[in-house]
Write a protein of this length. Structure first.
Length: 150
């Protein structure tokens, strides 16, 4: 007897989708939705905007970090010195440095800036950020705020 059916079928089942869709929830104030023609029209506008900007195909993992970025992130001795001088925990400093580098790497002249200039810029930037945090706290009197000149 010859079997016509049975066994494992090749390519059986649901096919893989190269670019699957995901459910995205946005919270937008009611006035903005009404001004833009209602919920359905807003959805269409957002979708067409993203498609036009090609943001729906952008993946952060597709952008490898530059050598400069990695060098600063991995310069542990320098980061420890900055953390000690600025009196900030190293894990919090790592959050600041990653945010700073992500922000700076978007600028067009990021590749032209030397490593030392970038480090100096970070020192100035972190000083300003820490002073902002300190001045926002009401329990710290004016005369006890930290202002550094390094």
């Amino acid at each position: 007897m010859k079997h016509k059916h049975g066994g494992k079928r090749t390519n059986a089942g649901r096919k893989k989708i190269d670019n699957p869709k995901i459910n995205l929830t946005l919270y937008i104030d009611k006035y903005t939705v009404e001004v833009n023609g209602g919920m359905e029209l807003c959805k269409q506008k957002i979708y067409s905007f993203l498609k036009q900007q090609k943001l729906n195909t952008f993946n952060l993992n597709d952008n490898p970090k530059t050598d400069k970025y990695n060098e600063i992130i991995n310069s542990h001795k320098w980061l420890e010195q900055v953390a000690m001088k600025k009196n900030i925990p190293i894990d919090k400093l790592n959050v600041y440095i990653k945010y700073f580098l992500d922000k700076e790497s978007l600028k067009s002249d990021f590749d032209k800036i030397s490593l030392n200039e970038l480090k100096n810029h970070f020192i100035n930037w972190i000083t300003i950020q820490l002073n902002k945090v300190l001045t926002e706290k009401k329990e710290i009197p004016q005369h006890e705020r930290i202002y550094t000149t390094d």
